[in-house]
Design a protein around this ligand. Sequence first.
Ligand SMILES: O=C(O)c1cc(=O)[nH]c(=O)n1[C@@H]1O[C@H](COP(=O)(O)O)[C@@H](O)[C@H]1O
Length: 274
Amino acid sequence: MSVVRDKANCRISALKSLLCVGLDSDPEKIPAVFLPYENPVLEFNRAVIRATSDVAIAYKLNTAFYEARGIAGLLDMEKTLGSIPDVCMTIADAKRADIGNTSKMYAQAFFDHWSFDALTVAPYMGFDSLEPFFAYEDKLLFVLCLTSNEGSVDFEEQAMQDGRPLYRSVLDKVASWNRNGNGGVVVGATKSALLSEIRCEAPNLFLLIPGVGAQGGSLEDTVHFGVDANRQSAVINVSRSLIYPSGSFSGIDDYERAVAAEASKMHSVMKAIL
Ligand SMILES: O=C(O)c1cc(=O)[nH]c(=O)n1[C@@H]1O[C@H](COP(=O)(O)O)[C@@H](O)[C@H]1O
């Protein structure tokens, strides 16, 4: 069983939280109080982490927000990783996978070099493209299954020859590749009507559920239907609606109070259901 999965599940049960904080840190959106600093994004990330680490199970860094600024962005990503408490799971949201020998390099980059606990990957190229990631038995892999965006109808929801949608096939495959307990899938919170069916079909997979908040997914439904029989094995990602609270802030403390209040509100909803 994956060490990372155990770590996340222990914390889920201890805190009765499924909160995954999305560090989709956009220099154009971060509050003005951070701008005078030499590394505004890093200061911002550290403030978000301080404000949420008592209730967070995981932090998801969408690598696009760091890669977009080249070396400077990657340095911010690296330093941010160093500020995340060890008890929390770190997820690289990079949506990778390629022919096997290339995937091996991606796996080395995210798991060995950056030491992320988990990674998002795309299933389109099939098992040999994912095998190098699954070889990291201690880590956790989130394979895109039923995504939150409208375009999920273009491929994921298309019926296959047996009449079932493609995402169901992805789900079955990932469940069969989950021999070491290091498999998971991404299911959008905007698709919560299908979540209980997905959970029944794949009782042993870990779920990453993004799409609450800015994309309109229901927090209550995702908590209810996302967890496994032990009320574990799911994290719900929230990025924009948590890290960019409305209003202006007199200082970093003031900003942290606003983020902590929102995180605590979400935690209360989760706790009441778990
Ligand atoms: O893999 C993901 O994390 C992901 C899958 C998906 O189906 N939908 C989705 O929104 N995401 C990511 O989850 C985050 C959602 O951000 P917010 O909508 O701001 O909470 C972004 O980093 C997205 O890239």
